[in-house]
Each structure stands twice: as structure tokens, then as C-alpha cells.
Ligand binder design. Structure first.
Ligand SMILES: Nc1ncnc2c1ncn2[C@@H]1O[C@H](COP(=O)(O)OP(=O)(O)OP(=O)(O)O)[C@@H](O)[C@H]1O
Ligand SMILES: [Mg+2]
Length: 255
């Protein structure tokens, strides 16, 4: 029996007035590894992401996650099922310590209640200790553990990117969607981030990544979907896609 897809998109379309931003897209993401989506500017990649995340309702088609239909759910319900995007965690608060920024990211996910904090203090404290442990481990992973008690304002631009990555991992995503994680950062850091993502993917988080830096993306991705004008025009392993003339034509535009 074939393994069930983690994310299944069937004939999804999203229009903005007369613009077919996403046009009849079907694709499967299976559990494990780094999956990628590429295509020229305006080809519909971000619109498709936002539709998956529940920020847009598709005009047509269905989206299922772990066998459950999610295309009529609210973004927070989709998030709670482990389908996460980095922009859904709170922004970085500069006056707070790096560790506290991590804890804020986790708390939203755990759904603290007044009841818990007032009447179940023991349980709450245990949970808090566990969260601190997890946060420190993740900070070590992104090499920020020595700055855990410094205010986030002291982070460099690159370190802030790494903190954002660590923060989103506090939600323990099953499928993490990243829209251009390497945008605006230097090549050395970009490579470092992709190496980290690759490591995380071996521990059970599946990734779907949009990225314009194809050399970097294709080094780590095991599968890619190519979008053009809202439709999937090619799919396969990166090493095969780069030899597909359809892929080049999309990037070069029409004659
Ligand atoms: N909120 C919106 N309202 C109207 N049109 C939109 C909206 N969002 C996107 N579009 C249009 O839909 C099309 C797809 O845009 P989208 O942002 O999804 O492309 P993209 O592949 O992410 O591009 P890029 O690589 O530049 O980020 C474009 O023509 C864009 O102008
Ligand atoms: Mg985009």
C-alpha cells in the first residue's frame, strides 16, 4: 500500500479578481526531508503557501494534512495540527532576553489558561522547566546558548535569523513551510541555515521551502515542484529538474 501523503493538495485554485495566482495545482508532500518549490517572480508560490496555511480560502480544490481536510479551517487550527510557517510565531521582542523570546513562542502553542496557572501550579512549573530545557537545547543548536540571557537587541542580523528558526522549532512542527529563508542574508550564513534545516529534517520535521537561491536549495532538497503562472509545469529531483528545458523556459520568460 502506498504511504499516505502528509500534505495533499488537489486541484487548488486561488484567484485575485482576474488573476489566476494559483491555477489547478495538485501536489503531494510525503513525510521526511526537504521539499522545495521554485518558480519565477509572481508564479504563485507565496499565494499557494498562504492558501495551505489557511490565510486564503481556495476558490477551488481541497487540501488535506495527515488525511484530514484543512481547507475550511482557521489558520490557528492548522497551526495546532503541526503545519507551521515561521511568520506565525510572535516577532522578536528586543528588550526581552533571547531565552524569554523562545518561551513566548512556546507558550502560545501550549495554550496556557488562568486555571492552569492558578490551580495547577506544580504541573505548570514542571511544564515551564521542560520548556526552558527545550529552549536552551534549541539555542545551543543554533549556537546562541551563550547569549540566552542577553537582550535580543544584541543580536546581529544573522543571529536574529537563527533565533527565528529556533523559535519556530519550539512549536515542534510536523511540516514547516519556509518562504525564502535565505533572502537578504550572506551566502555563508545562508548555507549554515540550510545545513541546520537539513539536520532538523533528520529528526522528524518535514520541510517545504520556497527559495530563489536555487544552488543552495537544490543542494539540500530531495524533490522540487516548479511553478509558473500559477501552475505546476515540472516536478522531480533537483538534479533532473536542472536538465529540464521547461524549467529554463519558465525562468527566461516567453519569447
Ligand atoms: N493579495 C493579492 N491581491 C492581488 N493579487 C495578488 C495578491 N497576492 C498575490 N497576487 C498576485 O498573484 C500572483 C502570484 O503572486 P505570488 O506572490 O504568489 O508569487 P510568488 O511566486 O511568491 O513571487 P515571488 O517569487 O516574487 O515572491 C502575482 O501576479 C501577484 O501580483
Ligand atoms: Mg513569494
Amino acid at each position: 500500500m502506498p504511504e499516505e501523503a502528509l500534505l495533499k493538495i488537489e486541484k487548488v485554485s486561488k484567484h485575485f479578481g482576474g488573476i489566476y495566482a494559483v491555477n489547478n495545482v495538485s501536489l503531494d508532500i510525503h513525510e521526511g526531508g526537504i521539499w522545495s518549490m521554485v518558480g519565477p517572480n509572481g508564479s504563485g508560490k507565496s499565494t499557494l503557501f498562504n492558501t495551505i496555511l489557511g490565510l486564503y480560502k481556495p476558490d477551488e480544490g481541497t487540501i488535506s494534512f495527515k488525511g484530514e481536510r484543512i481547507n475550511n479551517m482557521y489558520p490557528y487550527q492548522i497551526y495546532a495540527r503541526g503545519l507551521v510557517n515561521s511568520f506565525q510565531t510572535p516577532r522578536i521582542f528586543h528588550s526581552m532576553t533571547i531565552l524569554d523570546n523562545m518561551l513566548v513562542a512556546a507558550r502560545g502553542h501550549q495554550g496556557d489558561s488562568m486555571w492552569n496557572s492558578l490551580f495547577m501550579r506544580k504541573k505548570w512549573q514542571k511544564q515551564e522547566e521542560k520548556l526552558i530545557d527545550e529552549a536552551l537545547n534549541l539555542l545551543e543548536f543554533v549556537e546562541l546558548n551563550r547569549m540566552a540571557f542577553s537582550p535580543a537587541a544584541e543580536l546581529s542580523g544573522g543571529q536574529r535569523k537563527l533565533l527565528e528558526l529556533a523559535k519556530v522549532l519550539m512549536a515542534k512542527p510536523t511540516l514547516l513551510l519556509l518562504d525564502e529563508p535565505a533572502a537578504g542574508i550572506n551566502p555563508v550564513l545562508a548555507k549554515k541555515i540550510f545545513r541546520k534545516l537539513n539536520e532538523i529534517s533528520r529528526n522528524g520535521t518535514t520541510f517545504l521551502i520556497i527559495e530563489h537561491r536555487l544552488d543552495l536549495l537544490f543542494e539540500f532538497a530531495s524533490w522540487t515542484y516548479v511553478l509558473n503562472k500559477g501552475s505546476i509545469i515540472a516536478t522531480g529531483k533537483p538534479k533532473d529538474i536542472v536538465n529540464n528545458p521547461v524549467f529554463y523556459q519558465a525562468y527566461l520568460g516567453e519569447e
